[in-house]
Design a protein around this ligand. Sequence first.
Ligand SMILES: [Zn+2]
Length: 183
Amino acid sequence: MVRLHPCPPVIYHKIKPLGLYLGKISMTITPHLLAGSAVAAAATDNLPIAFFLGFFLHFLLDALPHVDPGTFFEIENNQEMPWPTWIYIFAAIEFIAVCLIIIFLFSRRPDFGVIIAGGIGGIALDIIDNNPFLRFIHQWPFFRELHFLHHKIHYKLPARKWYWGLAPTLIVAGLSLWYLSKF
Ligand SMILES: [Zn+2]
């Protein structure tokens, strides 16, 4: 299991204060979840298909330049440092908040199940792969390949260019919410 510790000060002075602030509040799962829901709602009535659409869409979105906590915790030689605990707490709060918004907005729709299945599919890869309690599954066949592919495909935006990723991140989340709200 990976040991979590506060972000070493060395990375902090490399990042402009605004970037650091935005990194702290940047979306970790919202665009993935909303995009999975939107694409599933647009494409299918079938729950497993909805889940897998969200799941595969995750790779596509990770390949775009985007801001996520990883942006601020990448070290120069392509290695990642362990994320500090507050990121996981933030992600859990973000997850609960997005779920409450989705329930509030869409729970009366007939395709609510598909919206949920697509959304869960959209974040499933991050739950499996970035879970500090499940690091051991990276040793297992299939999960090892999945982890490799997830990291390989991920667009590595340098921390000092974090703002390049802001627009795609906001556009994906905004368009998805707009699409879901159309009905
Ligand atoms: Zn990911």
